[in-house]
Design a protein around this ligand. Structure first.
Ligand code: F0G
Length: 358
C-alpha cells in the first residue's frame, strides 16, 4: 500500500493525550495548526509584541472547527444519526461540513435575519436542514436545548463539553509557537465558549509544555450585546458583528471565571471601534477577518488609546473568522467607489489622481 504524507492530521490525533475522553475516533478535516503571525503595525501603536492567531484558516473558515471535530467524533462514538445546533452562522457552517463528511444529518437553527451570507451559503452547500426562527440566537439556543432533551439528536453547540475540549487546543499551539504563554490574549466574546476554552487550555498546558505563566484573558463584547460587561441579560442584542450578537451567553460563568482567575477583563467595543479595527487589520496588516473577529483588535486599540501601558508585552489577538464569511461589510464600509471605465490605457491614466506609476 502506498503511504501518503498527508498533513491533515488535525487536533484529535495531535493532542490525543490532552483531550477527554481519550477513546474518541480520530477523525479530521485538517483543523488546527493555524498561523500565528506578527502584527508590526499594531506593535508600533501599542509598543508591544503583537501576534494574530488566524483561526479563519481552519477548514470552514472559523475557530469552530477545533471544537466541532471533537463534538462530531463524540456523536460518532455514541452512534448518533443527527446533530443539531443554534448558530449566528459559523457553528452551523462547521457542523454542516463535519456532518456531511461523516454521514450525520445536520439540523441548523438560525435567527431569521442577520446571518452573514457566506455562513448561510456554507450550510446550504453542505446540505444541512436549515430552520430560520422568528427570534434571536438566544431563542434558537433555547429551542435546541429542548430538542436535545426530547429528540434523539446530539447538540453540537458549546454547551457540549467536547466543543470546549477541542477549542482549547488553540492555546496549546500559541504556547508551542511562542515557546511560552503570552502575557495577554485579546479575544471576542459572544456565547463565551471560546474564552472559556482558551483559559482551560493555557492552564492545562502549564504542566506539559515550556509554559511558565498564564496570560490575562482580555475578552471583548460588542457594546449593544454586552450582557457580561453590564451583568444583565440583553433581550434584544444589536451589533454589526452578527457572530457575537448574543444577549444571554451559555458560558457566562466560564467567561467570568476566566476573567477572575487570569486577572483579565471583559469589556466592550462600539460598532465604530469594530469597523475601525476591521479596516486597520485589512489595510495595515493585510488580514481580512469578519467583524466579530476584529473586536479583539478593537479592544487592544481602545485600551491603548486610553493609556494602558502594553510596552514590551507579548500579546495575541485571536482572529476568529475569515472575512469572506461576511462579504457585505466591505461593500458597505470600505469607502471605495468602484469606477467603471473603458479598457483603455489613456482613460486609466487620466483617472489616476496622482502620478503613481512614474
Ligand atoms: N468570533 C466569531 C467569528 C464567531 O462566530 C463567534 C461565535 C465568536 C467570535 C464568539 O465566540 O461564542 O465562543 O464567545 N459564534 C457562534 C456561532 C455563536 O453560532 O457561530 P464565543
Amino acid at each position: 500500500m502506498t503511504t501518503y504524507n498527508l498533513n491533515s492530521f488535525g487536533i484529535l490525533k495531535k493532542y490525543k493525550n490532552f483531550l477527554e475522553p481519550k477513546d474518541l475516533p480520530l477523525i479530521s478535516m485538517g483543523e488546527g495548526n493555524t498561523p500565528l503571525i506578527e502584527a508590526p503595525q499594531l506593535a508600533s501603536i501599542t509598543k508591544a509584541n503583537v501576534y494574530l492567531k488566524l483561526e479563519g484558516c481552519n477548514p470552514t473558515g472559523s475557530f469552530k472547527d477545533r471544537g466541532m471535530v471533537v463534538a462530531i467524533s463524540g456523536a460518532i462514538k455514541e452512534n448518533k444519526g443527527h446533530i443539531i445546533c443554534a448558530s449566528t452562522g459559523n457553528t452551523s457552517a462547521s457542523a454542516s461540513a463535519y456532518g456531511a463528511r461523516y454521514g450525520l444529518q445536520t439540523i441548523v437553527i438560525v435567527p431569521e435575519s442577520n446571518i452573514a451570507k457566506g455562513k448561510l451559503s456554507q450550510a446550504l452547500a453542505y446540505g444541512a436542514r436549515v430552520f430560520a426562527i422568528r427570534g434571536n440566537f438566544d431563542n434558537a439556543l433555547d429551542l435546541v436545548k429542548e430538542a436535545g432533551e426530547q429528540l434523539n439528536v446530539e447538540i453540537v453547540n458549546s454547551i457540549n463539553p467536547l466543543r470546549i475540549e477541542g477549542q482549547k487546543t488553540a492555546a496549546f499551539e500559541i504556547i508551542e509557537n511562542l515557546g511560552n504563554s503570552p502575557d495577554m490574549v485579546f479575544i471576542p466574546v459572544g456565547n463565551a465558549g471560546n474564552i472559556t476554552s482558551y483559559w482551560k487550555g493555557f492552564k492545562e498546558y502549564l504542566n506539559f509544555s515550556k509554559s511558565t505563566k498564564t496570560p490575562n484573558m482580555m475578552g471583548f463584547q460588542a457594546e449593544g450585546s454586552s450582557p457580561i460587561v453590564n451583568n444583565k441579560i440583553v433581550e434584544s442584542p444589536e451589533t454589526i458583528a452578527t457572530a457575537i450578537k448574543i444577549g444571554n451567553p451559555a458560558s457566562w460563568e466560564g467567561a467570568l471565571n476566566a476573567k477572575k482567575e487570569s486577572e483579565g477583563i471583559i469589556d466592550s467595543v462600539s460598532d465604530q471601534d469594530i469597523i475601525d479595527g476591521y479596516l486597520f487589520l485589512a489595510r495595515k496588516e493585510g488580514v481580512f477577518c469578519e467583524p466579530a473577529s476584529a473586536a479583539s483588535v478593537a479592544g487592544l486599540i481602545k485600551l491603548s488609546k486610553n493609556g494602558f501601558n502594553f510596552s514590551g508585552k507579548d500579546i495575541v489577538c485571536v482572529i476568529t473568522g475569515n472575512g469572506l464569511k461576511d462579504p457585505d461589510i466591505p461593500l458597505k464600509y470600505s469607502g471605495i467607489d468602484i469606477e467603471v471605465i473603458n479598457p483603455n490605457i489613456g482613460e486609466l491614466n487620466k483617472k489616476m489622481e496622482k502620478n503613481e506609476f512614474t
